[in-house]
Design a protein around this ligand. Sequence first.
Ligand code: COA
Length: 386
Amino acid sequence: MASTGTVVDRGLEGVVVGSTQLSNVEGAQGRLTYRGFDVRDLAAHATFEEVCYLLLFGLLPSAYQLADLRVRLAANRSLPPECITMLQALPKDAWPMDVLRTAISALALFTPHLPGGVHPSNPRAAIGLIAKTPTIVAAWNRIRRGLAPVAPLPELATATNFLYMCSGRAPLPAAERALDTYLVLLADHSYNASTFAARVTASTRADIFAAATSAIATLEGDLHGGAPGKVMQMILETGTPERAEAYVRALVARGERVMGMGHREYKVRDPRAEQLEGMAQALGETSDPRWYAVARALEDTADTVLREAKPGRRIYANVEFYTAPTLYALGIPADEFTCVFACARMAGWTAHILEQLADNRLIRPQATYTGPPGVPWLPIEGRNVS
Ligand code: COA
């Protein structure tokens, strides 16, 4: 029987749909924790590999456990040759997130499956996906420029390897550290849209490749992970801090949203924005300080203009705002920012998929039917032609 109940909230705002031990967003306080650890502490002290271990296995690794994970990641970073051939056959102007989504899905083709077609979903598969995602993104970064992909080096950590595979050169220590911190900050975020999509897919008993592909597809939109490229476009178009006010006023007058501002959960400034702002500023000082200065002016102006538009309301910078000048300073093209986000979030997605499967129940909500009731069958000759 069709449901006639009232819709809880179209965007599920404030609706609790499950539980997790992985991360917690305390929106009113502006706090994010992974398994109880404040992300600010993790950003200051932990490496991305430690955070992967924490998310997948539930505790911070010992030195031995961390070394073991690093060996396992190193052993899994290379792509199947067929996957590289596939990337090389794609149109060079293909959108990087389309390429990443296709390649993650394609990885299933090169992984043995069980008789029913499903691939085992376990920590081993999770580590494979976490290891290979940056290799795919870096390979496409080069292939689209007409360059041969650079193979990962087993002795390098995730962030260093990624920068090395993009440029073919050893990155500067400040760049390595900044990207590693970025990966820590973006690794998980409770039931955000892409993670929820991954859990819904996993709940049908589809495998980890299917669920990760759902997650990547869901990350792409600009209300979620697709925003930072547009933030960078806004920064570049603005050009100088003096032009920020005119730019934001024109944008708001057109009824458009300021990308990288506002958040469903945070009612104060996103704690990751705080961290990323510092990184964008520091990296800008050694590359080009303009972009941080423009970003800062845009954030200040947007706050003023949006408050004028609706007195009493505050809309703060979210994680994507200072992601833009941070990743740009690292030499990453704006249209690849969301792919780098996916490199970090693959840790959270896979941990959530395994958590879902450990205590699974099919996620299948209802909808209120608003179409016509009991329509009698119409033979084709009796249908309206217009
Ligand atoms: N610029 C201008 N106005 C914004 C805004 C922004 N970035 N974010 C929210 N608002 C306004 C909306 O227009 C709406 O105004 P109204 O009440 O007058 O209609 C109000 O704030 C609430 O917006 P709503 O879309 O209901 O809030 P939400 O919780 O669904 O929004 C986002 C969360 C992220 C979708 C939203 O803030 C947004 O679109 N941000 C820009 C895109 C972005 O940065 N995405 C990355 C998110 S991490």
